[in-house]
Design a protein around this ligand. Structure first.
Ligand SMILES: [Zn+2]
Length: 71
């Protein structure tokens, strides 16, 4: 099994690590404020009240690209 993950932009080998966040992380296809268009955004990582969320992630140091799974 080759579990090396490569960058979709430059094919560089991605470094495995974690994203730490104590705040909610949201996704929206609109660049407008989520407050102006409430309901269209999707919460990827919910607020962590008593602990900091730790999300497994891959990072390309060339492109400054970070890939993470939120579920
Ligand atoms: Zn890259």
């Amino acid at each position: 099994m080759n579990d090396t993950v490569r960058c979709p932009e430059c094919c560089n080998e991605l470094r495995q690590g974690y994203i730490f966040s104590s705040r909610r992380i949201c996704w929206s296809e609109s660049a407008d404020s989520i407050f102006a268009d409430f309901g269209s955004e999707e919460v990827l990582i919910d607020d962590a009240i008593f602990k900091i969320s730790k999300i497994p992630a891959f990072r390309c140091e060339k492109c400054n690209l970070v890939i993470f799974k939120h579920k």
